[in-house]
Design a protein around this ligand. Structure first.
Ligand code: GDP
Length: 226
């Protein structure tokens, strides 16, 4: 089996896409980051990739497109930065246009193996967040909630926020929604986030390997490394 060790530090900007048909067709496993504007999404991506400038790419004029793809060291493994919802400087008509294409991406993208929903721990589960939760449940897609800026609240408030978010979730299959606290500035929660992303991506990457090992008769090639 080839090396599937995902190193998030390897992330590099690949391409921007404003609609589904512009998305790269050689992706195998994508994790998309969603969140309201100012929730801390860019900071979380930068902390994960240890690259303080990476997600700024997505805020650069001309690249404020719908989807920004970042390539990881494993072939076909990618992070996708979705536009911050409710960004005041974006005209409403353009936001609606985004929404349409975003829905299309979320609904149709086969390579999508999970969503990370970034929320400010002090203001979780606003309207946009609920929409993402409902969408993930309807589409059977794993959702990892990142309650970020945890350094801004004390232990009691952290416990309360976790409890409230869990309590407010619609009924869902066990394991489909996971949740953790996080701080980009302190690096708290990074190992847990990395573990979760690898868990979500691996089955998609392994599936591809397995298919490659099938010979023309559909038999597994016994000479392939296991
Ligand atoms: P985005 O619009 O969701 O991409 O949000 P940003 O990542 O740009 O963050 C919005 C603001 O929150 C910025 O001023 C960040 O410095 C701040 N911020 C983001 N994450 C954290 C965090 O974990 N702790 C603290 N203290 N501030 C944060």
């Amino acid at each position: 089996m080839s090396n599937l060790h995902i190193n998030f530090r390897s992330a590099q900007f690949l391409i921007s896409a404003s609609r589904l048909k512009q998305c790269p067709d050689d992706s195998l496993a994508e994790i998309a980051f969603a969140g309201r504007s100012n929730a801390g999404k860019s900071s979380a991506i930068n902390a994960l990739t240890r690259n303080p400038r990476l997600a700024r790419t997505s805020k650069t004029p001309g690249r404020t497109q719908l989807l920004n793809f970042f390539q990881l060291n494993v072939e076909g493994a990618r992070l996708v930065d979705l536009p911050g919802y409710g960004y005041a400087k974006v005209p409403l008509a353009m936001q609606r246009e985004w929404q349409k294409h975003l829905n299309e991406y979320l609904e149709k993208r086969q390579q999508l193996c999970g969503i990370v929903l970034v929320m400010d721990i002090r203001h979780p589960m606003r309207e946009f967040d609920r929409m993402i939760v409902d969408w993930c449940l309807a589409s059977d897609l794993p959702l990892h909630m990142l309650l970020t800026k945890a350094d801004k609240v004390n232990r009691n408030a952290t416990t309360n926020a976790l409890r409230e978010v869990r309590k407010g979730l619609p009924k869902h299959p066990e394991g489909q929604i996971t949740i953790q606290t996080f701080s980009s500035s302190k690096g708290t929660g990074l190992p847990e986030l990395e573990r979760q992303l690898v868990t979500l991506m691996k089955p998609h990457l392994l599936q591809e390997e397995f298919e490659e090992e099938l010979d023309v008769d559909g038999e597994v090639d016994s000479s392939a490394d296991s």
